[in-house]
Design a protein around this ligand. Structure first.
Ligand code: CA
Length: 224
């Protein structure tokens, strides 16, 4: 599923694209009003993540144009702290939701997924490997149809790995995903969450395993 990120803060845009790719999306990045307008006319995106203050104009003009031509693409605005007027004008102009900077990546992902799950949108509700089902709406894990309870961070690790099942997810991406863009990561924190998650899964009889790919990251797969 392809998303467009319109954000002129290059570092933020890069981190968002990286995180979204880790979560299983394709993400294009643009930084200006004109080029974004052109891209939205030629490419069918599943959703738009839109910063308002852009070097060549106001992101709102992109949003207004989309809605004028009755394009229903879900739009998530990124607004500056205290930008109450921006938020109000954004919602009035047809934005579906907004996030105030700075935000944790996990929150952006959750909001985005909520938008994509609206009727007529594209994202499936549940991820499954063997007897493990993860409901992305309630963020609930079920094993053999029985609800199981995990901490918020273990849940986030599980969801990320399940979205990329069979693919190695780098440790850095897990960190970005779990700790957001704040970067306050204790050095072995990810190992600890993965270790706990493995134990929880084993205790509940899950027929999946999380393998460590040394020096790279983690991969979840069905266990034989
Ligand atoms: Ca900006």
């Amino acid at each position: 599923m392809r998303l467009l990120i319109v954000e002129d803060n290059e570092e933020l845009a890069r981190l968002l694209a990286k995180g979204l790719q880790a979560a299983g999306f394709d993400a294009d990045r643009l930084a200006g009003v004109d080029e974004s307008r052109a891209a939205l006319q030629t490419t069918r995106y599943a959703a738009l993540i839109l910063d308002l203050g852009l070097p060549d104009g106001d992101g709102l003009s992109i949003l207004r144009e989309l809605r004028q031509r009755k394009d229903p693409i879900p739009v998530l605005l990124l607004t500056a702290r205290g930008g109450v007027n921006d938020r109000v004008s954004g919602l009035r102009a047809g934005a579906d939701d907004y996030l105030v900077k700075p935000f944790a990546f996990e929150e952006l992902l959750a909001r985005l997924e909520a938008l994509l799950r609206r009727p007529g949108q594209l994202l499936g509700r549940s991820l499954q490997i063997a007897n493990v089902v993860f409901d992305t709406e309630s963020r609930q894990m079920l094993i053999d149809d029985q609800p199981q309870f995990l901490s918020a961070r273990e849940t986030a690790v599980l969801e990320l790995l399940m979205r990329r099942k069979g693919h190695v997810v780098s440790k850095k991406l897990v960190e970005d995903h779990i700790f957001g863009l704040s970067g306050d990561v204790v050095s072995n924190a990810i190992e600890v969450y993965v270790h706990r998650l493995r134990k929880e899964l084993a205790d509940c009889g899950a027929r999946v395993k999380i393998n460590t790919v040394r020096g790279v990251g983690y991969v979840i797969m069905e266990s034989k």
